[in-house]
Design a protein around this ligand. Structure first.
Ligand code: CAA
Length: 274
């Protein structure tokens, strides 16, 4: 299909841009970063277009799951675009990298649950993007790492912060300072990836995760996501206050009654999101 900017409405919303596209079907939005010649590296155009696509998702309350992936079966995202960055002045670099950080913050803070479908290289900004997602499902050919020091740079789409929150500072230093590129199985052992499957099974593994998420109570899902996020932002006491506030709020939902009644009646719950 020719890539241009247009919408199809019904049965799906399709939003094709030059480097990023979005297909929304029912409650699931699938975002694909597409610069195959550069292994889907993130340049300013990707940042602009991904930002618009995320805006579209933010304004659609029906979206409950977002899947982010890279075009093809070789690369998720091979990092920020090195050719473009090599020409930046420090001020331009600050602008580019801050835009990347803010965009990944928005992805991390979406109400919907985000799944990174890691279909190959997830290096530098690519791993940073995956780390901003809630769940990371990868194919066996994935290679992940934050190798920026080998370029004279440091991870700068939030990677020093997010990787450290996932694996702790000891492992984070080991991986970043040595510029390690991990095989999928190694990244799974570190907890950087959540599941690793053969490439041919990647879509069914992602579909399984989507189905499971769609069968959960939506308000509880977002509350759990937000409460977990606060674990890295606040102290234990404030975090627990927030947790109990979210939990109490769940008691105001029909879905909590339905979930508990379904358990007691030994049947499957049917959630409505209310
Ligand atoms: N930026 C720009 N172009 C990239 C790129 C990147 N991050 N990664 C790959 N490409 C381009 C290559 O330059 C090459 O283009 P040409 O065909 O025009 O030469 C094309 O994609 C294919 O790449 P390779 O020929 O290198 O493919 P390969 O299979 O031999 O190797 C790879 C794949 C291991 C991913 C290798 O390309 C690589 O190491 N890429 C760089 C990874 C990296 O260092 N990422 C971090 C970037 S910095 C960053 O992300 C900063 C930040 O924190 C925000």
């Amino acid at each position: 299909m020719q890539k241009d900017r247009f919408f199809f409405i019904n049965p799906e919303l399709v939003y094709y841009m030059e480097t990023v596209n979005l297909i929304t079907e029912d409650a699931v939005a699938k975002v694909t970063i597409s610069r195959p010649k550069a292994l889907n590296a993130i340049n300013s155009q990707v940042l602009d277009e991904l930002s618009q696509i995320i805006g579209q998702i933010e304004s659609d309350p029906n979206v409950r799951v977002v899947v982010i992936t890279g075009d093809g079966d070789k690369s998720f995202v091979a990092g920020a675009d090195i050719a473009e960055m090599s020409k930046l002045t420090p001020l331009e670099a600050r602008n580019f990298l801050t835009r990347g950080q803010r965009l990944l913050d928005r992805i991390e803070n979406l109400n919907a649950i985000t799944v990174a479908r890691v279909n190959g290289y997830a290096l530098g900004g690519g791993l940073e993007l995956a780390l901003a997602c809630d769940i990371r499902i990868a194919s066996e050919n994935a290679l992940v790492g934050l190798p920026e020091v080998s370029l004279g740079l440091i991870p700068s789409f939030g990677g020093t912060q997010r990787l450290t929150r996932v694996v702790g500072s000891s492992v984070s230093k080991y991986l970043i300072l040595l510029g390690k590129r991990l095989k999928a199985s190694e990244a799974l052992n570190y907890g950087i990836l959540n599941e690793v499957v053969p490439i041919g099974e990647l879509d069914s593994a992602v579909d399984k995760v989507i189905d499971t998420l769609l069968n959960m109570a939506p308000v509880a899902l977002t509350a759990a996501k937000n409460a977990i996020y606060m674990a890295s932002q606040t102290d234990m006491y404030s975090g627990q206050e927030l947790e109990v506030n979210y939990a109490s709020m769940c008691f105001s939902t029909d879905d909590l009654r339905e979930g508990m009644n379904a358990f007691l009646e030994k049947r499957k719950a049917k959630f409505t999101g209310k």
